[in-house]
Design a protein around this ligand. Structure first.
Ligand code: 13P
Length: 125
């Protein structure tokens, strides 16, 4: 089963939960990986999810490691552009790793929606 990572900063978690509901058809066909608190929300929304550490505690770094090892087919990361984050270097590192290995990365619901539709249309998920 293909693996997709999903992460949301606190200010974007409600949008992330809404996104999960809107994209159930595709997202139930993949294995979801999430950072800690995001994972709790994903599970509450009814999905099976492998939760890593919370973002500030190294969860973004764990997901970046999976991306570097080519274990992920996409990363959905709803970042809060208005928030300050103590682990900003980890956030930058995750996005850099996605660029380095050409892993699809969507940082807002609009682009994530297009990304999933594109992947489904191409038979990727
Ligand atoms: O901080 C995050 C991403 O940088 C998200 O972490 P949580 O899912 O643990 O809130």
């Amino acid at each position: 089963m293909k693996k997709i990572a999903i992460i949301a900063h606190d200010g974007r978690k409600p949008e992330m939960v809404h996104f999960l509901k809107e994209n159930e058809e595709v997202l139930t066909k993949v294995a979801l990986i999430a950072t800690g608190t995001t994972g709790t929300h994903v599970a509450k929304a009814g999905y099976e999810v492998e939760a890593k550490l919370s973002g500030p505690m190294g969860g973004d770094a764990q997901i970046a490691a999976m991306a570097a090892e080519k274990q992920l087919c996409a990363v959905i990361f709803f970042r809060d552009p208005l928030g300050k984050h103590p682990h900003e270097p980890d956030v930058q590192m995750l996005m850099r790793i996605c660029d380095l290995y050409n892993i699809p990365l969507a940082t807002n619901p609009a682009s994530a929606g297009f990304m999933l539709k594109g992947m489904a249309a191409m038979g990727e998920v």
